[in-house]
Design a protein around this ligand. Structure first.
Ligand code: SAH
Length: 214
């Protein structure tokens, strides 16, 4: 079932070209996208959609983010090998797998039990194992493992949760889409204990970041 073929690889090469045309320049990010079989993160019935540059439903009312969005957010993180990274919104695990492929130590939180269980079983099967997947509420971050070199939020946040800012190392980067449909992609770099530098990168569309877990 978990099959990758030259046909899939060919489609990924096409996708890489599209991402480059849309402005993704980070070679390591492009290489990782080239190596990860995105079709395996989706129901096999929808395999034809896997290498189009669009988001797709993954069950529980959630979506796997558009490849461009995943590439854009990952590029903003500027991952260095062995970085300790927190992801909010594990979903299908695709973004998480990409960070594993970039040699980050990744902790990822998902609030939907169904998705948490599914992805927790799936990622080890394709050999891209995060440090830990957590069933919980991403608004709280992960104090037990803080501080992090970077934090990525993959759901639309109505505001920037304070705990996430507090769990960044000095010099650390938080990449988060902020607002209600659409969201503004936002980068916060922690310059000091209480100083953050904010940069914004235009509109994106995400499913909403919800509180608690279910
Ligand atoms: N990174 C995922 C994108 C999934 S969509 C991927 O590559 O497939 C966003 C995910 O965020 C959904 O799975 C949703 O359930 C989850 N989510 C929403 N609010 C959350 C919260 N407060 N804490 C953790 N996860 C949350």
């Amino acid at each position: 079932m978990l099959k990758d073929t030259p046909k899939h690889q060919g489609k990924r090469n096409q996708l890489i070209k599209i991402l480059e045309q849309k402005g993704i320049t980070d070679k390591k990010v492009l290489e990782a996208i080239k190596n990860i079989p995105r079709h395996l993160f989706m129901d096999s019935t929808f395999e034809d959609h896997a290498y189009q540059d669009k988001a797709f439903p993954i069950g529980a009312g959630q979506t796997i983010s558009q490849p461009f969005t995943v590439a854009f957010q990952t590029q903003l993180l500027q991952i260095q090998p062995n970085d300790k990274v927190l992801e909010i919104g594990t979903g299908s695990g695709y973004q998480c797998a990409l960070l594993v492929a970039l040699n980050a130590k990744i902790y990822s939180i998902e609030r939907q039990l169904e998705l948490f269980k599914k992805t927790n079983l799936f990622l080890p099967k394709i050999g891209l194992k995060p440090k830990k997947l957590i069933f919980g509420d991403g608004y709280k971050g992960l104090p037990a493992e803080a501080p992090f070199d970077s934090i990525i939020v993959t759901a639309g946040a109505p505001f920037i949760p304070k705990p996430l800012m507090g769990q960044l190392k000095i010099g650390g980067r938080l990449v988060i889409p902020v607002g209600n449909d659409p969201q503004i992609m936002t980068l916060l770099v922690r310059k000091g204990p209480k100083e953050f530098e904010k940069t914004t990168f235009g509109e994106f569309r995400f499913v909403p970041m919800l509180e608690n877990k279910n």
